[in-house]
Ligand binder design. Sequence first.
Ligand code: SAJ
Length: 405
Amino acid sequence: MKANFIGLGYIGLPTAIIAAKHGIDIAGTDINPDIVNVTNEGRLHIVEPDMDKMLKEVVASGKLKAYTNPQLSDAYFIVVPTPFKGNHEPDISFVEAATKSVLPLLKDGDLFVIESTSPVGTTEKMRDLIFNERPELQGKIYMAYCPERVLPGNVSYELIHNDRVIGGINPESTEKAKEFYSQFVQGTLHSTDSRTAEMCKLTENASRDVQIAFANELSLICSKAGINVWKLIELANKHPRVNILQPGCGVGGHCIAVDPYFITADFPDESKLIAQARETNNFKAEWCAGQVLAQMMKFEKANGQKPVVALMGLAFKPDIDDLRESPAMEIAKSVVDASGTGNLMIVEPNIKSHSLFALSDYKEAYEKADIVVFLVKHKEFASLNWRTDVKVLDFCGVFKLPYNQ
Ligand code: SAJ
């Protein structure tokens, strides 16, 4: 059988590679000719451990070839971005465009799967789009939604071992999609319908967002109440049925900070808690920026000069170089906007340079600073000695210091 993956990004490309490695003939399609060329040279255009070697192998063996157009196949996988537009409304135009691009190629017995994170009802919308244009295909093709749920950095393992949820537009479609994924997924394949599968992906990430919002709310309460939030959570988690996550300086990345809006946009009256969690997590970043500026003013008042401030970390989570939707970046920008870069030392050990900020060495910044602000819990920071002679704002628990110490 031949399968065509539309979208060769962080998820589409690794999935295409793993499927090819398991003996399936794969055509990869991307609108970006650079991605197509680089892929055909056997070079990985994303950062993902173990994938580069595997890509070389499947390109050399001819199992994977990339194109700028869809290719006649037996199965099509839509793995394109679903950003949002306007007031956090999901934009499914890329899914629509990808569906339209394969429409002329579809034939009896084909499988069509959407993997892109999508609002509830998207698979049914694409079904209607296809059958409106090609009514003769009704009842003849199989359509399903199967969300990815891998963690960047661990994709080669998780793509094979994680369970998958597969929801067809009818039970036959679910079965057909399961047959395909069972060729390389060792985790359990769970059957459902397409709407439930779509909602399941959104639910997974909204659940995490709500839980992190709870931890962030606790951190604000504790700051006012003079309680060490890290110790509090540690103690509460001794309860056998309590498992609170960690506060931070907000929630970033392209998934957890985005997907809940796919629920709140369509179900605003019913999703008050999910919407509030988004606001709480966004507010946490603003609050952190406010705390930094307040400490800077306090220092200046007491010492008659501006403090040297070390902003430690820019990435959206620990030990990665990804700055997308990063609350630490937002905080750094707010502090720079309010105070200028003069006395700021900005640190991100996982990247060499940045277009907006001159970056400092983390050890040097830590030593020189009058105020240290931990924004991301990178592993390098854990090796630093706790400085008791300066103000340390430990927003992400490097030393587990109380916010109001
Ligand atoms: N964070 C906290 N406190 C915590 C845990 C995380 O503040 O206790 C913050 C992080 O610092 C970061 C944000 O949350 O800013 C998100 O980080 P993450 O590691 O929770 O998630 P992502 O965005 O890297 O990946 C998630 C994963 N989803 C879940 O864990 C439910 C992954 O499995 C999904 O595949 C991915 O989203 C996706 O594509 O949807």
